[in-house]
Structure formats: structure tokens, C-alpha cells
Design a protein around this ligand. Structure first.
Ligand code: GAR
Length: 188
């Protein structure tokens, strides 16, 4: 039996996307990158790895349903079975949630439910917590609220800058995401 086919959704730099691609024994084949930000760095990364890219620009659509329907068509063309969000900064709507029930997974740079939404690492620094971390969770209609699958803590050191803490969180993300995906796919 072959690996399941997966799409990664990303809007930014794409370091997590790259970590998934470079993971030695990922139990999924990444067959498509979906990006909602024309010009994002992740697009160049996908091209370098020969992964097809679908750029979906929300501004071109009247509403979220039409936008997601366009994405859904591409996912179906590529026979995608799972979706992994990796820095996709947009809420997933009912069109995709209904098409992929319990098959959309996200990674977030905090120990949810603490610091959901944007700039989670800066939020943690600002709050002065001693421990933050990384969460992998299923997506639901809320903002970083779906059932938690895995978490790993990262200590905040005295005097940490945003870039130092971000670097340590990314290191954990790049290890935890492929490992968690593999555990999940074995169960299915
Ligand atoms: C990652 O830290 C990811 O956890 C975060 O965006 C970053 C993307 O970095 N996602 C969220 O904040 C989702 N709410 P990358 O483009 O280098 O993978």
C-alpha cells in the first residue's frame, strides 16, 4: 500500500513545509502546496523541490466558500487525503472542513490553549511565561481550537530575544510535526 497523499497549506517562509519534505520517512507523500499569499517564500521552496503549487488569492473570490471550492477542486485533482497546515494564517471554513473531516492538522507555536492566533511567540515573551512550546492539533472552525494531538514544551530563558526563542521553537516544530504525522497515519 502506498503512502497517503497530503497537501501542505502555508503562507510564509515554509521552514515547516521544508522540514516535512526533508523528513526521512514521512508516511505521507506531499503532492501539493496550497499558498494563499502570492509571492510567499514557501512557493520558491516548493518549486525547488518539484512540488506542484496552487496559489489561491482570497481577494479574487466573492466569499470564503467560493475560495475554498477552488482549492477543493485542486485537492481533488491531486487526490489529496490529508491536509497539513504549516504557517497557514487563515481560518479554514466549512467547505474544506466538511470535505476533510478530522483530516486537517495544524501546528502552532505555543502550548494551546495559551496564545492562539498570530504572533504566538511574541505573545508568550510579552506575557513573561517561563515555559511555552509547540502544539499539533486537529482543525475545527475556531482559531487554533481543535482537539490537541501532541505538545512539547520549550523553556523561555531569561533575556531571550524573539529571534532566539523563535529559533528554538522552530527546531522543536521541525521534529515534532513529522513525528506526530507519522503516529497519526499509522492509526488510520
Ligand atoms: C510556524 O511557527 C507555525 O507554527 C506558525 O507559523 C510559523 C510558520 O513558519 N503557525 C501559526 O502561528 C498558526 N496559527 P514557517 O513558514 O517557517 O513554517
Amino acid at each position: 500500500m502506498g503512502n497517503v497523499k497530503a497537501a501542505v497549506f502555508a503562507s510564509g517562509t515554509g521552514s515547516n513545509f521544508q522540514a516535512l519534505l526533508e523528513s526521512e520517512s514521512l508516511a505521507a507523500d506531499i503532492v501539493l502546496l496550497v499558498c494563499d499569499r502570492p509571492g510567499a517564500m514557501v512557493i520558491e521552496k516548493a518549486k525547488a523541490y518539484g512540488i506542484p503549487v496552487f496559489v489561491a488569492d482570497r481577494k479574487m473570490f466573492a466569499d470564503k466558500a467560493a475560495f475554498e471550492l477552488d482549492i477543493l477542486r485542486q485537492l481533488q485533482l491531486h487526490k489529496v487525503e490529508w491536509i497539513f497546515l504549516a504557517g497557514y494564517m487563515r481560518l479554514i471554513g466549512n467547505t474544506l472542513l466538511n470535505a476533510f473531516p478530522s483530516r486537517i492538522v495544524n501546528i502552532h507555536p505555543s502550548l494551546l490553549p495559551a496564545f492562539p492566533g498570530k504572533d504566538a511567540i511574541a505573545q508568550a515573551l510579552q506575557a513573561g511565561v517561563k515555559v511555552t512550546g509547540v502544539t499539533v492539533h486537529y482543525i475545527d472552525a475556531g482559531m487554533d481550537t481543535g482537539p490537541i494531538i501532541a505538545q512539547e514544551a520549550v523553556s523561555v530563558e531569561t533575556g531571550d530575544s524573539l529571534s532566539e526563542l523563535t529559533e528554538r521553537i522552530h527546531q522543536v516544530e521541525h521534529r515534532l510535526y513529522p513525528k506526530t504525522i507519522n503516529h497519526l497515519l499509522v492509526q488510520h
